[in-house]
Design a protein around this ligand. Structure first.
Ligand code: PLP
Length: 558
């Protein structure tokens, strides 16, 4: 080889290397453009930054005036807080006593107790407005605590309670009676499984079903199947979406291990579609249709409510349009489109989000209410995606088991639920659901606005979230006023309310009455102090400054 041809070869290799790096750079750039600007869109950075946030709290002196409120306002707040505290200790005495007793030993209780309010207020709130984690019975749309207090249920039991607690109590009882002769035999099936499978196939419009023990497991299995069949590594999830607590779908804060094979992209964005069109390593796209209520924002929890910037707005048409485009790109690129309907399935429509938005998925995960009151997760999918082995390569399998899968009691309670869905009564229940719940939300909003209360509801059918219209550092207090008025929320507070569909007009009128009363009491106690100088921006800036000062000047260690 001559020098000339050798240097030509070097030039060629060099040019190819440059071209490859340009292409890689372009892809990197496209990926970074497809990430949401918020911290939730940058999971690794979010985790790193969250790890730097120092603990500090306001103590008794600043607790009531952390927004710079004058002494008279702080004193009104102090009075209101003391009244609430007395009410909690007297009206909920036994419930509080049992909760305190248990919380030393139940790690879940300790965790949720620590994350009900922004951490700066936590110590005083947990001391003076103690946790009430126990209940004893349900009836209609109400739940009764250990002291005999009856609460309207706005928690929906994490979304499980779609048809009303009495329905599930009966479903579990009837179901267990039907499989009693078999008992908890695992491995072989009770025949009730056949009918469940057939109904689920019909509802989902898909060919096969697998049963699991939780929504998290169903999602794990759906993603594993997508990776197995596409032979690709990465899953795409959208910013803010919750898909259970499995590591790959929960990158960032809360997960000690980085999720290397997950892309978190901006939902409803051209850039995300571009990434799906150009990357070859994407196995599946995971969609949680609940995000339509707050696109790209995390599950709204009151512990993150440091100001009033929480927003929500549901546009069914726009989201349906987005899903259609996503569907088209996934089909074009052989990417598996997974709808995670663990929360919204059977709540929005009988056929779930697929029917509601008019877009078919390749795999669908269900859970929560599907179990008829017992724990469940399920995956429905097309034959070719659900298969866990290859005929021509016996060693190439996609393993998935679970001791309690298809537990006879669960299958029987599920059967009661699925059979009910086949009735005319159920069909009637779903008819006009959106209109009914949107009208209820709007009616409540009109009352809140007439009373000049800085609270507004945004809703997606029977799933509601509370937004705040005036900048404030104390919106998280509303959860305690609501409880005092006899309204039950989950530990995430006013961020997510889920109504069961058996709410009558009278039930709802009672809830609206109490909701307005709670907000009025909170306003009267001075928590929404009117000061035009306070904006969400100034609040954020103040909190950031406090954090930086605490990091720079930590208190002396004892
Ligand atoms: C959309 C979605 N997917 C998955 C899960 C996880 O389900 P589970 O809590 O049963 O594991 C949830 C739970 O809230 C969910 O809302």
């Amino acid at each position: 080889m001559t020098w000339g041809s050798l240097s030509l070869a070097f030039y060629g290799i060099g040019a190819a290397a440059v071209a490859t790096s340009v292409a890689t750079l372009k892809k990197r750039l496209e990926l970074s453009q497809a990430k949401h600007k918020s911290l939730a869109g940058h999971s690794r950075m979010a985790r790193r930054l969250a790890g730097l946030v120092p603990f500090y709290d306001y103590g008794d002196d600043r607790f009531f005036c952390s927004d710079g409120a004058p002494a008279d306002v702080a004193s009104r707040r102090r009075g209101g807080f003391a009244r609430l505290s007395t009410l909690y200790r007297t009206r909920f005495a036994e419930t509080v006593r049992r909760t305190a007793e248990a919380s030393e030993s139940i790690s879940d209780l300790k965790f949720i107790d620590a994350y009900r309010v922004p951490f700066q207020y936590r110590r005083k709130v947990t001391a003076d407005l103690p946790s009430t984690a126990f209940v004893q019975s349900t009836r209609g749309v109400t739940v009764t605590d250990l002291d005999g207090n009856c609460f309207y249920d706005l928690s929906g039991s994490y979304g499980i309670n779609v048809l009303g607690y009495d329905f599930y109590k009966a479903a579990v009882e009837r179901g267990i009676a039907r499989v009693r002769d078999l008992g908890p035999v695992l491995g072989p099936y009770h025949p009730v499984v056949i009918e469940n499978t057939n109904i689920l196939k019909e509802i989902s419009g898909l060919d096969e079903v697998s049963f699991h023990m939780s929504g998290t497991e169903a999602v794990m299995q759906a993603v594993r199947l997508a990776r197995y069949h596409t032979k690709r590594s990465h899953l795409v999830r959208f910013c803010g979406a919750y898909h259970g607590w499995w590591g790959d779908v929960q990158p960032g804060i809360g997960n000690p291990v980085p999720a290397h094979e997950t892309y978190t992209l901006t939902e409803m964005s051209e850039e995300a579609l571009r990434v799906l069109r150009t990357r070859r390593n994407i196995a599946c796209v995971l969609v949680n249709p609940l995000q339509a209520l707050h696109v790209n924002a995390s599950d709204a929890t009151d512990s993150a409510l440091i100001d009033s910037s929480r927003t929500a707005h549901f546009d069914r048409k726009a989201y349906a349009e987005w899903l259609k485009r996503l569907r088209a790109v996934c089909s074009e690129r052989n990417i598996v489109l997974i709808f995670d309907e663990v929360f919204v399935g059977f709540r929005l429509a009988k056929g779930g989000a697929q029917e509601y938005f008019g877009v078919p998925a390749d795999l669908v995960t269900y859970g929560k209410t599907l179990g008829g009151g017992l724990p469940i997760g399920a995956v429905c999918g097309k034959h070719h995606l659900m298969k866990r082995f290859r005929d021509d390569r016996p060693g190439d399998i996609c393993f998935a088991r679970g001791t309690f899968n298809s537990h006879p009691y669960v299958m029987a309670a599920m059967n009661e639920f699925l059979r009910y869905l086949q009735t005319q009564e159920a069909t009637a229940l779903y008819r006009g659901l959106d209109t009914l719940w949107s009208e209820r939300a709007q009616a409540l909003n009109r009352r809140l606005s007439a009373e000049q209360l800085p609270v507004a509801i945004a809703n997606m059918s029977s799933i509601w979230t509370v937004c705040y219209t005036q900048p404030s550092r104390y919106n998280w207090m509303l959860q305690y006023y609501l409880r005092a008025e006899g309204l039950l929320l989950t530990w995430t507070g006013t961020g997510r309310l889920a109504f069961s569909l058996n709410y009558t007009e009278a039930d709802f009128a009672a809830v609206a009455e109490r909701f307005v009363a709670a907000a009025k009491a909170m306003k009267a106690d001075g928590w929404w102090w009117d000061n035009p100088a306070i904006t969400n921006k100034t609040i954020k800036r103040t909190v950031l400054k406090e954090m930086m000062m605490r990091r720079l000047f930590p208190p002396p260690s004892r």
